[in-house]
Design a protein around this ligand. Structure first.
Ligand code: FMN
Length: 158
């Protein structure tokens, strides 16, 4: 149901330039190991590797929203990527509205071709728009400053 809600996102030209990879617990653990391997290969700081590794090791369900832009004369690629972002937010909101905890994460793994090809079998033109973590909400995250609407909004009346 959550995937259905997310897939009901605006999509100019009905190109469906995105898809889902639903990562269950064993897959999350496999990706945690791959994160550690790739981080070590790239000689990253151990703390950075561990923070990223734990994002998968602690997870029981993650939906990787894959942006898969389609060649189109009518719909520019940026619109297709925006659509993938809309899918991510729709999935977060559907999860929250259904009583789950939900968060949209990325991390360096979302940009690492070795991780994407080896861990998720992505084609070279595909990338991760978001790892959407879903699960029971534990501690409620602290609120953080929100945008000042008067600073970012312009009202045009004539
Ligand atoms: C594309 C994208 C990637 C994100 N990646 C991360 C991330 O890797 N780590 C993180 O802590 N927050 C990340 N965020 C921010 C979280 O989704 C979220 O906004 C933040 O945890 C605060 O939650 P709140 O906005 O519900 O208060 C990302 C957001 C977007 C749009």
């Amino acid at each position: 149901m959550l995937l259905q809600a997310a897939a009901r996102s605006p999509d100019h030209g009905k190109l469906e330039p995105w898809r889902f990879i639903v990562l269950e617990r064993a897959a999350c653990l496999r990706l945690a190991d791959l994160t550690a391997t790739r981080g070590a290969e790239a000689e990253m700081e151990p703390e950075k590797i561990e923070k990223s590794r734990r994002s998968f090791a602690d997870a029981h369900l993650v939906v990787a929203v894959i942006a898969a832009p389609v060649a189109s004369e009518k719909v520019p690629e940026v619109e297709q990527v925006l659509s993938a972002g809309a899918v991510c937010l729709a999935l977060v909101n559907a999860g929250l509205a259904s009583g789950w905890g939900a968060n949209w994460l990325s991390g360096w793994m979302a940009m690492d071709r070795g991780f994407l090809a080896g861990g998720l079998d992505l084609a070279p033109h595909e990338f991760v728009a978001g790892f959407i973590h879903l699960g029971r909400e534990g501690a409620i995250p602290p609120e953080r400053p929100r945008p000042d609407l008067s600073r970012i909004s312009t009202w045009v009346s004539e």
